[in-house]
Design a protein around this ligand. Structure first.
Ligand SMILES: Nc1ncnc2c1ncn2[C@@H]1O[C@H](COP(=O)(O)OP(=O)(O)OP(=O)(O)O)[C@@H](O)[C@H]1O
Ligand SMILES: [Mg+2]
Length: 243
């Protein structure tokens, strides 16, 4: 990948300039992103809010190298992601990005420990699967299969799997979307702990405005644009959130 992160952003992990994304479906064009300028900094916890269809997942997928923008530029540290080859993007994702989605995507035939190990085996500086599962409070569920775990526990295994490779970035698309509020809070406490203890830049998409309280910064998208960026003067502990 080309090396040149703009020097003006010493704490930046991601810098995006004028990102656009157009999906073409036959005759129909959908403008999912209409010019996003954004800097995401080391160690931040960022909550991404916005109505359905406002472009949240599209933006997250572009930052994570799962999708390419139609226009504009994205840098990850000194790597330019826009224009990178598929192989380079695959390596970027594998080495630097942990993903957590609404549905946990665990492999049903593997235990919690084996689900995490499937990732750590191909990582350069992984945690031990046991340590990653202890970090999310599942040190006593190592040999359980997904079907033997609650939804919240399965999501915590998915988080352990995402963080076990020691990624610089954790991208979470509605990680509590399938969970009740009390279980969701437990999952958010895990994300808060990972962000605090490992310093992982964490981006968290949610529909729940109540979750915004735990963020350093709250970014609101509207119709493919950034409508508002708000910095929380004090962060609310995830434990105190409810929705
Ligand atoms: N693969 C795709 N092909 C065509 N259009 C798409 C595709 N993915 C997203 N879109 C469109 O792009 C727009 C933004 O979608 P996106 O998934 O980013 O929204 P979102 O903010 O994540 O919404 P939600 O809160 O419902 O998940 C929507 O109008 C959507 O229909
Ligand atoms: Mg979405």
């Amino acid at each position: 990948m080309m090396a040149h992160m703009p020097d003006a952003f010493p704490n930046a992990v991601f810098v995006a300039h004028n990102l656009t994304k157009v999906y073409r479906m036959g005759e129909v064009e959908v403008q999912a992103l209409r010019g996003i300028d954004l800097t995401l900094n080391r160690g931040e916890l960022v909550v991404l809010l916005g109505p359905s269809g406002s472009g949240k997942s599209t933006l997250l997928n572009i930052l994570g190298g799962l999708d390419a923008p139609s226009g504009g530029e994205v840098y990850y540290l000194d790597h330019k992601l826009t224009g990178a080859s598929e192989a380079e993007l695959t390596r970027f994702r594998r080495e630097h990005v942990g993903f957590v989605f609404q549905f946990y995507n665990l492999i049903p035939s593997l235990t919690a420990r084996e689900n995490v190990a499937a990732v750590t085996e191909i990582s350069q500086t992984p945690m031990r699967p046991e340590d990653a599962l202890a970090l999310v409070g599942l040190g006593n569920r190592l040999d359980h299969f997904p079907a033997q775990l609650s939804g919240g526990e399965q999501q915590r295994v998915a988080i352990a799997r995402a963080v076990a490779k020691n990624p610089a970035v954790l991208l979470c698309d509605e990680p509590t979307g399938a969970l009740d509020s009390a279980t969701g809070v437990v999952v958010l406490e895990v994300l808060e702990k990972v962000n605090r203890e490992l310093g992982t830049l964490t981006v968290l998409i949610t529909h729940n405005v109540g979750i915004a309280g735990m963020a350093d910064r709250v970014i609101r998208l509207s119709d493919g644009r950034i409508a508002d960026i708000h910095e929380n003067a004090t962060k609310k502990p995830a434990h105190d959130l409810a929705w």
